[in-house]
Design a protein around this ligand. Structure first.
Ligand code: APR
Length: 310
């Protein structure tokens, strides 16, 4: 029997998620939308079924507004919620998206209580915290998609700057999904060569700043709405590692219970995603400067988590 993937939210990111999941044959796909948008979501599902002959995939793609239809899902990816508009911070979305996440958490808890859940909705750090509190799911079962995207952006900008293949750029970005996130140049390599040896200090500072502001750069260009291709792929990579037990080590917002000195908060940390979900969090020995930056982002995450009042 095929795996089942439930996509909660069938907007910009949701529809790309459906397309990539189908092309990768990750399983059958159910898109769940609000009743007012059930028909457009059904249209997207049908369109993807009609893409299959040339896309060369077998997957049943459907859409619904009824949580019963996500019953037994193996993976749930949540993009339900409003995206940013130009001039907004992610935190400006907190009140409205918290209401939406509360509805989603109740539905997922009832119908897909065993699913590995990837939260994409912003403000990410607060939404993944709220989802975890509201469902009470174990920590291995809930992850926020942030670091995987932030690291993709860091790698992309490095490759663009240095004129090298992005495939050879390896690194990580820690912390919250906001302007205080912490790219780690010391631990970034290009084909095994330390970034700090092939880029100048000025170049590295410019790349780190661009990474921290990458979401905003896209929001400004769009004018309306936020990034969707790269967030979708980043969430798929996490889902795929779970479904195929790939045991990839990806920076994810994971519930820390003592790691990095944090208790009870979701922080972007390197985590192994296996068939067990978040199987392991890796603690990196940070320098004093790196740790100071991490502590700053942690206090930001704490503040937004507290604002959920959960
Ligand atoms: N249940 C299901 N879907 C919902 C619900 C709900 N309770 N509330 C809203 N939605 C749907 C909307 O109808 C919309 O189609 O979520 C979808 C969100 O899609 P977009 O508005 O296109 O936003 P998108 O770009 O996909 O971003 C979604 O991810 O990266 C974050 O900041 C981004 O919070 C935003 C989220």
């Amino acid at each position: 029997m095929r795996k089942k993937i439930a996509l909660i939210g069938g907007g910009q990111i949701g529809q790309i998620l459906a397309m990539i999941a189908a092309q990768k044959e990750l399983g059958d796909i159910v898109i769940l939308e609000i009743p007012e948008l059930e028909n457009p979501a059904k249209g997207k599902a049908l369109d993807l079924m009609e893409m299959a002959p040339h896309g060369n995939y077998d997957a049943k793609i459907t859409a619904t507004s009824d949580y019963k239809d996500i019953a037994g899902a193996d993976v749930v990816i949540i993009t339900a919620g409003r995206p940013r508009q130009a001039g907004m911070t992610r935190e400006d979305l907190l009140a409205v998206n918290l209401q939406i996440i509360s509805v989603v958490a109740a539905g997922v808890k009832q119908y897909a209580p065993k699913a590995f859940c990837v939260i994409v909705t912003n403000p990410l750090d607060a939404m993944v915290y709220a989802f975890s509190k509201l469902t009470g799911f174990p920590r291995n079962q809930v992850a926020g998609m942030a670091g995987t995207l932030d690291t993709a952006r860091w790698r992309a900008f490095i490759a663009m700057e240095l004129g090298v293949s992005v495939c050879d750029v390896s690194g990580t970005v820690l912390g919250g999904h906001g302007p205080d996130m912490v790219p780690l140049p010391r631990l970034t390599t290009v084909g095994g060569v330390p970034l700090t040896e092939i880029a100048t200090k000025e170049q590295i500072e410019k790349l780190a700043l661009r990474t921290r502001e990458a979401g905003t750069e896209i929001v400004k260009l769009f004018g309306k709405g936020s990034a969707f291709f790269s967030p979708a792929w980043s969430a798929i990579v996490m889902a795929e590692s779970y479904l195929h037990d790939k045991r990839r080590i990806l920076p994810c917002a994971a519930l820390c219970e003592g790691e990095y000195g944090v208790k009870g908060l979701f922080i972007g940390v390197p985590a192994m995603i296996s068939a067990k979900g978040i199987e392991k969090i890796y603690e990196i020995k940070l320098t004093e400067d790196e740790n100071a930056l991490l502590q700053k982002t942690i206090s930001g995450v704490k503040k937004t988590a507290e604002e959920t009042k959960l």
